[in-house]
Design a protein around this ligand. Structure first.
Ligand code: F3S
Length: 63
């Protein structure tokens, strides 16, 4: 699984980083989220799916 965060959509709601802190890191300056790595570890895939559903801005996509 690969994950992408659309920086135009992300408004820094932080839910993704709370749900999957090993996958998403928040920028100290603008609070936007980005993946630590584009490829998601297998044991984090369920959490990433949950983060996709939880993001109010629909900023996270997976493939
Ligand atoms: Fe951004 Fe959505 Fe996470 S708005 S900080 S990608 S919950």
């Amino acid at each position: 699984m690969k994950v992408h965060v659309d920086q135009e959509r992300c408004q820094g709601h932080t839910l993704c980083a709370m749900i999957a802190p090993k996958v998403f890191e928040l920028d100290d300056i603008d609070g936007h989220s980005s993946p630590v790595s584009e490829t998601v570890p297998v044991d984090q895939e369920d959490k990433v799916r949950e983060a996709v559903e939880s993001c109010p801005e629909r900023a996270i996509s997976i493939s």
